[in-house]
Ligand binder design. Structure first.
Ligand code: GLA
Length: 400
């Protein structure tokens, strides 16, 4: 009997540690990360300015909260193995930087790697997970992006579990963002982190067909196509991450709009990657469109799906709270598309959640989320001309 109690106690104590902090990402995390625009060129001044611009540009009010430094902030480890920032780039230290970010009502995030080195060749966390988690906790970190370069023969699930447990041991709730570019992590990542990358790195281009083998850069379309079959893994506190946003990083406005709309249909984390300080009006209007963001941040947390695909035209659907639906007509082709869509003749069934959009039976009012206008009801067919690489994104509201 005593043996059984002892074993039960052992399991109970293991269970306390074998978990992630729950409830930190009930909706997909929103913030900004330095990598897409600034790559390794990070320093204290840039990060402080990004945080200030997050507030002054209205991004914070639109819901973006995390200020995440990506790769290359690192200096060296000291004789006890504790990591320090590069003191020439971060002379005031990370605690002071975190404090400043928090004084603006934002949350500080940082980057590491499960391997011996980060992808940028800086010290990785392998063998230092508990020390590093403790250090991040002392700096006041709220969000950790954990990369997977230089991991050689590690078991990824085990490696990320070590970091998860190390974070848990610090008692500081930190969002854990797993970054091993898909590779099957969706099957176990839910219990380990709050989000996980589903593909290789995004590039600021819409369509980059892979001609050079697996390592060539990914455009928006290529990343979208890699999301097939993944939606069943996503939900509140555990999200598929199709990578950070490239809005404002060089694509034309229509492509930025389509990219942002589809990331919201995917319930993707919205981590902006542009220069917040020099944001154009058009970029601001996309990133701060709170009606589109509300689709992403919907509390049901259901990832959207392709309802129909006909030539270049895809119709995406996403069930929302209170029986609402988001519907996004997406022209992925190079020519404009004439769309005629009879709501009444289309019943959209989400076989994963059994939610049904049935305008043949129920009447819905329609709001155009980019025009910010109510545009009638589902009694009438939807007619539009959609330019190349653009969208019409609608919110349907059931009328009683
Ligand atoms: C990997 C990640 C990127 C970025 C770089 C930094 O490529 O996927 O998002 O963090 O490393 O070196």
């Amino acid at each position: 009997m005593r043996k059984i109690i002892l074993i039960a106690l052992l399991f109970a104590s293991a269970a306390v540690y074998a978990q992630k902090f729950e409830g930190l990402a009930k909706t997909p995390p929103m913030g900004w990360n330095s990598w897409n625009r600034f790559t390794c060129n990070v320093n204290e001044k840039l990060i402080r300015e990004a945080a200030e611009a997050m507030v002054s540009s209205g991004m914070k009010d639109a819901g973006y909260i995390y200020i995440n430094i990506d790769d290359c902030w690192h200096g060296t480890r000291d004789s006890l193995g504790f990591i320090h920032p590069d003191s020439s780039r971060f002379p005031s230290g990370m605690k002071a930087l975190g404090d400043y970010i928090h004084s603006l009502g934002l949350k500080f995030g940082i980057y590491t790697d499960e391997g011996w080195m980060t992808c940028g060749g800086k010290p990785g966390s392998r063998g230092h997970e508990y020390q590093d988690a403790l250090t991040y906790a002392k700096w006041g970190v709220y969000y950790l992006k954990d990369d997977y370069c230089y991991t050689e023969n590690l078991n990824p699930q085990g490696a990320y579990m070590t970091m998860r447990d190390a974070i848990y041991a610090t008692k500081r709730p930190i969002v854990l963002s797993i970054c091993m570019w898909g590779n099957g992590c969706e099957t176990w990542a839910k219990d380990v982190g709050h989000l996980w990358r589903t593909t290789g790195d995004i590039h600021p281009a819409f369509d980059l067909p892979r001609t050079k083998g697996d390592e060539s850069p990914l455009g928006v379309l290529q990343i979208l196509d890699y999301q097939k079959g993944l939606r069943k893994y996503a939900g509140p506190d555990h999200w598929n991450d199709p990578d950070m946003l490239e809005v404002g990083n060089g694509m034309p406005v229509n492509e930025d709009r389509a990219h942002f709309s589809l990331w919201c249909m995917l319930a993707a984390p919205l981590i902006a990657g542009n220069d917040l300080f020099n944001m154009s009006k058009e970029t601001g209007e996309i990133l701060k469109n709170t009606e589109v963001i509300a689709v992403d941040q919907d509390t049901l947390g259901i990832q959207g799906f392709i309802y129909s695909s006909n030539g270049s035209l895809e119709v995406w659907a996403k069930p929302l709270v209170d029986g609402d639906w988001a519907v996004c007509f997406f022209n992925r082709g190079l020519k404009e598309e004439n769309v005629n869509f009879s709501w009444k003749q289309n019943t959209v069934l989400d076989s994963l959640t059994n939610k049904v959009l049935n305008p043949g039976k129920d009447k819905y009012s329609i709001r155009d989320l980019w025009l910010h206008k109510n545009t009638g009801t589902t009694e009438k067919d939807f007619n539009a001309v959609i330019p190349s690489h653009d969208v019409v994104m609608l919110r349907l509201k059931a009328q009683n």
